[in-house]
Design a protein around this ligand. Structure first.
Ligand code: NDP
Length: 304
């Protein structure tokens, strides 16, 4: 029987640890602060940012939500970042992605002070990660490692196959696994005979953005499956492809008109040794790790 790696339980444990650290810092007169910049009105981004601000309130961090209009210029956002870099009450700066197409996102992310880059996207932090001197590590990849470690799933010596090579998930998670002494293979859209490689995985990380892409035939039974993907299914045909006859999901689909599936076909989970469900897996760790990074940034900035 496959073991479910319950993201909610891990996220709750991490948040509890963060709250305790915030309490200790408060006793020393320090309150970690996060600035969240939400440009325009993208519904999914609004939900994510609201959850992040709410997590700050729950754990005792200060937060400042800044909401420039959708037609804000790159120059105005650069000026905002400068201002946030200079503010002493702000330890972490989060710019919610995606930004409108007219904004120079790369330039903006590179303008953030690396010491306040709690998303870990700045090239300075990416370089530190590569060099094994991580300060602020991207939240989702950091969450993946937390899940494996807290589940006592061995990493050292295991063959970890990462499908996806984005700067925000695939590459950093592969580097983190390497630092944990896994033997790492990174796959992408140009990889030849992908199933032959994924079948070798002791630990398979899927970060592709394609619903149910990893099928049962692509894994070896007993593997640990970590599903980073978040894909919305909103047609009956898509729904039936994965969840036909699933009464619980059927009810959710009827109520909301859509359901979420990861990058791993849920039928593959049944063959695994352990897996992260979607929803309820990796996604829940991302905000917990953002809180953890903000506290870390506050400590590093304060020399604590
Ligand atoms: P990107 O689109 O940036 O990267 C996708 C990667 O998948 C690319 O490297 C691409 O390869 C690879 N890929 C695409 N098609 C194939 C294929 N047919 N075979 C092999 N590899 C393929 O996505 P992200 O990394 O940003 O996100 C991945 C998923 O994770 C998404 O579903 C996203 O929603 C989710 N996500 C979840 C988060 C969470 O908190 N849980 C946070 C961030 C993302 P190539 O480079 O060759 O194009």
């Amino acid at each position: 029987m496959a073991r479910i790696l319950d993201g909610a339980a891990f996220a709750a444990a991490i948040k509890q640890e963060v709250a305790a650290e915030v309490g200790e810092l408060a006793a020393r007169g320090v309150r970690p602060g996060l600035a969240a910049v939400l440009v325009g009105h993208v519904a999914a981004s609004e939900i994510y940012v609201r959850s992040k601000v709410q997590a700050c309130a729950e754990l005792g961090l200060y937060s400042d939500l800044i909401t420039p209009p959708a037609d804000v210029s790159t120059a105005d956002l650069l000026a905002l970042v400068d201002e946030l870099n200079a503010r002493d009450d702000i330890d972490g700066i989060l710019i919610q992605l995606p930004l409108p197409p007219h904004i120079d996102s790369k330039r903006l992310l590179e303008a953030i002070d690396p010491a306040k880059d709690v998303d870990g996207f700045h090239p300075v932090n990416a370089g530190r990660l590569l060099a094994g001197r991580p300060a602020l590590v991207p939240c989702t990849p950091a969450g993946v490692i937390e899940i494996l470690k807290r589940s006592q799933i061995p990493i050292a010596g295991q063959h970890a196959v990462v499908v996806g090579r984005s700067d925000i998930v695939g590459k950093p998670v592969a580097i983190l696994l390497l630092h944990e002494n896994a033997t790492v293979t990174i796959c992408h859209s140009k990889t030849r005979d992908l199933p032959a490689i994924t079948k070798q995985a002791d630990i398979l990380i899927a970060a592709i953005g394609s619903p149910g892409f990893i099928t049962p035939e692509m894994i070896t039974s007993g593997a640990t499956l970590i599903d980073v993907g978040i894909n919305r299914l909103s047609t009956r045909e898509e729904f039936d492809r994965f969840f036909k006859g699933d009464a619980k999901r059927e009810a959710a689909f009827a109520k909301r008109g859509s359901v979420i599936v990861g990058d791993i076909d849920p039928r593959a989970f049944e063959l695994s040794g352990a897996y992260t469900p979607v929803p309820g897996g990796v996604g829940l760790l991302t905000i917990a790790m953002l809180m953890s990074n903000t506290v870390r940034a506050a400590k590093l900035r304060g020399g604590l």
